[in-house]
Design a protein. Sequence first.
Length: 398
Amino acid sequence: MSYTFLWVSTALLCGILLGAWLASLLRKKNNQQKFEQLNHRYFKGLNYLLNDESDKAIDVFIQLAETSHETFEPQLALGNLYRRKGEVDRAIKLHQALISQPNLPEKYRTRALLAIGKDYMSAGLLDRAEVLFSELVELEVHTPEALMALTDIYQQEQDWQEAIRSAKRFQNVSKRQMHVPIAHYYCELADLAWGQEDLEGAEKNLASALRVDERCARALITQAEIKVAQTDLQAALDLYHLAVKADKDYLPLFIDDMAACFLELGQGAALESWLLSLMETYHGVSPILTLAKWYESEKGATFAADFVEQQLQKRASVRGLNALLELNLSKEDGSPDDVQDVNQKYFEVLKSLVNKLLKGKPQLRCRKCGFGARQKHWQCPSCKNWDVVKPIYGLESE
């Protein structure tokens, strides 16, 4: 009885093992056939791609994407490549085909959603991109990338409140500092409020900007401008001093307004003392030009011209030379009339040449991408970074 049971058990076990082996062979055969099919179609698509037949290649890869996720990674990368080349329509088609694939694992689906969101952004379809990135944030997958993209979208749409919210969330999840752009978002809200004569709203947003970034020169400068508009000149002067301490690079943008506050308050001597002290640590030409204007009004063009000439021997500057020529044209030197006429013509020719040299030259440059500008930009129009477009230091500029 036991012998029969043992024999039956052994036969049954052998049958199970044999069935498993046969099933394994069948699966391998099916997989091999499937792999060969995928391999053939994949290389067919690559061949089209290498021969610059992009439309045919896209058709092949879309068929692959719709039937199998075995080639997900290279097709995702190919779509990203199309986007970087500016062929956004092809990128969208390929990435949409990946998402439409049946039984696509969730980890693949969310990566494809992220890619399509970037495609939409490149195509300028910001509303569609916003929907996809918001979905990824709700799903809590690829959250940092999605929040950063949302922040970029809200910047482009100038929806500063939403930009603040998404930037703060991005900062929390990524641990990357976003205090500089967030402060500028508050400054943008302040500018909007001030433009609508809502001074309370403007001041509230500027205070928020300084809570986020106490060294935000833009917020301090705007606060000073509001105080000037309210004729509270001493408060404005104090704020300008704080702006100089926060970021001295922006000094050329407001030094004349600051000097006007000194003079309106009857503090000409204090202006002179401050500018002379500033010249010891600040190596640009703006303090020299500002002080020269004051010297011209208080002590005459000859004294101002001598001062500028002395300073130019220490630091060469085309803008300084231009100011010196103007002063020489306006001063009385006591020479005979014919000599004065010759000197005036000489200075006029020189000044004309200097003006041509300065004309069209950028006075500011982005410290990130090198974009040149002649007017103030708090956000670089090229690379979209904040607080990076600053005065140029050199012979022809600051």
